[in-house]
Design a protein around this ligand. Structure first.
Ligand code: THU
Length: 137
């Protein structure tokens, strides 16, 4: 993927998440999610949800995107965008909040949109105050 500028607009990041949603493998929930994670390098890492016949094995789009980034060698991020269906823009699940808190400082923005383009945004710290992190070790 071509290098993106660091100042990528939330709209552009959401557009990437929306496009990635089409790759979701969600035959059980039918709830498709795409995520786009902006690395400090300016590169964008993408993830979709991947479900399994053994339901508990589902991986969320957000954690998939983080895994893609870490596997590519990037561990610091400026923002994440999420696109999903449903009546309201989805915030990341609890497990994903913990994963985001591992790699993103509390002020990092989380942008979200539903399939009608309705948008919301939070920070990682708002979504998971008092996160358990390596600072406690
Ligand atoms: N899911 C995500 O990918 N991200 C979220 O933020 C919420 C939930 C996925 C997991 C599962 O494949 C489906 O949505 C329904 O829970």
């Amino acid at each position: 993927m071509a290098k993106q500028t660091k100042t990528i607009h939330s709209k552009a990041l959401l557009a990437k998440a929306r496009a990635m949603r089409k790759r979701a493998y969600a035959p059980y929930s039918k709830y498709t999610v795409g995520a786009a994670l902006l690395g400090k390098s300016g590169k964008v890492y993408l993830g979709c949800n991947v479900e399994n016949a053994s339901y508990g094995l589902a991986i969320c789009a957000e954690r998939n995107a983080v895994a893609q980034a870490v596997a590519a060698g990037e561990r610091e991020f400026d923002a994440i965008a999420i696109s999903a269906s449903g009546p309201a823009p989805v915030p990341p699940c609890g497990m994903c909040r913990q994963t985001l808190a591992e790699f993103m400082p509390p002020e990092t923005p989380v942008f979200s949109e539903n399939h009608h383009g309705k948008q919301a945004h939070w920070t990682v710290g708002e979504l998971l105050p008092y996160a358990f992190t390596k600072r406690f070790f």
